[in-house]
Design a protein around this ligand. Structure first.
Ligand code: ASP
Length: 372
């Protein structure tokens, strides 16, 4: 496992084994499957003022014998509602027009069903709407205004605006920096946008993990059932209508009840091109360890990047992608294109919750430090 996560950063990330999330006795199947939850690092960072993080909450539900997807969504909801998490749900960083547009997906292994929403506005908990798509329709993905209309009909409160004072202030700062005279030519405008965002990262105005920023959460129940969920406000300042990998089955997440699950955070466009979560689960099916399966997908992405603007001086990708992988034997891995302080993942078992460094395909010195 990469050791580049400093101890200080590890503690900041909420690392070090936390107390077991609950005193409730863990329900175990006759076969002895131990429940486990895996998530992106933010899954063990935010609590929305409550006692538990996402992975702890999900594990608590699992340990009480709850359905695996219900358990994960109880955890993901904490991040969606927490305004401090500016990459997911309420208070997520908005698109280029200042509108918060959210994507989410859910997938249940035993039921062999999935549901997703993209470009959803006005609902703080898009993962719950994705769940409603799975439960109440014959479809898999609803988008935009019609996804919102569906949510309204399903009884979700619709809000005019999901910005918080923080997300609005940061968007305004970004606009001010990129658009001082309203319009630039397209090439210069693109550059200016990226430059402004990187400057804001360097100045500490933006939390690096939420420039991109998604929660992925996967779990294995005592009954041996697997499920996964994603939720995100997507790439900060994206072109309105842009949809990343998170709500796309096979890209942002994939579950096969007999094999395991995988999910991602990072540059969605790179992942969409390769449908990496599907690829990883196929590798698990062939008997690969989660770590090796994840590295296969990372190599595919690295080899697939040929556009100059996406490569650094060493010819490596200028972005990061991270995969979170869990098989039905309860083995897990977190793997990133680049190891480093932002490449971490969260796990919760009977022993409690931990934040662990991801295995990197490339060392931090092989690319610019980029958020994932
Ligand atoms: N993958 C997400 C997207 O491209 C963003 C992220 O995970 O950081 O929308």
């Amino acid at each position: 496992m990469a050791s580049s996560l400093s101890r200080r950063r590890f503690v900041q990330l909420g690392g070090l084994v936390a107390a077991a999330p609950a005193a409730a006795p863990v329900v175990r199947s006759r076969g002895g499957t131990r429940p486990i939850v895996i998530a992106s690092a933010n899954g063990h960072r935010f609590r929305h003022g409550g006692p538990r993080t996402c992975v702890e909450e999900a594990f608590l539900h699992l340990s009480r014998g709850g359905d695996v997807l219900d358990a994960l969504l109880a955890g993901v909801r904490i991040l969606e509602l927490d305004p401090e998490e500016t990459g997911v749900g309420y208070g997520g960083l908005p698109n280029a027009d200042g509108v918060v547009q959210l994507d989410a997906a859910v997938m249940h292994g035993r039921l062999r069903r999935a549901g997703a929403v993209a470009c959803l506005e006005g609902v703080r908990t898009p993962s719950a709407v994705a769940r409603a798509v799975m439960d109440h329709t014959d479809h898999q993905l609803l988008v935009g205004r019609d996804a919102q209309a569906f949510a309204r009909r399903m009884g979700f409160p619709i809000e005019e605006d999901l910005n918080t004072p923080t997300s609005r202030r940061l968007w305004l700062e970004w606009r001010r920096r990129i658009d001082p005279e309203h319009w630039l030519d397209p090439a210069r405008r693109g550059e200016a946008g990226e430059r402004a965002a990187r400057q804001m990262l360097a100045e500490g105005l933006l939390d690096p993990h939420s420039f991109f920023g998604t929660v992925f959460c996967g779990g294995l129940s005592a009954r041996g059932e697997v499920a996964a969920a994603t939720s995100t406000s997507g790439l900060a300042w994206k072109i309105p209508g842009r949809v990343g990998d998170s709500p796309v089955v096979g890209a942002g997440l994939y579950v096969d009840g007999a094999v395991g699950c995988a999910g991602s955070t990072g540059r969605g466009e790179a992942n969409l091109y390769h449908l990496s979560s599907f690829l990883i689960v196929e590798c698990l099916r062939q008997g690969m360890h989660p770590k090796d399966a994840g590295l296969v997908a990372l190599r595919r992405i690295r080899e697939g990047v040929t556009e100059k603007r996406l490569l650094n001086a060493r010819g490596n990708p200028r972005f990061n992608v991270t995969f979170y992988i869990l098989n039905t034997r309860g083995q897990v891995a977190g793997v990133s294109l680049y190891a480093g302080p932002h490449a971490a993942f969260a796990v919760c078992t009977e022993q409690g919750a931990q934040t662990l460094p991801c295995e990197g395909l490339l060392g931090p010195d092989e690319g610019p430090e980029v958020p994932a």
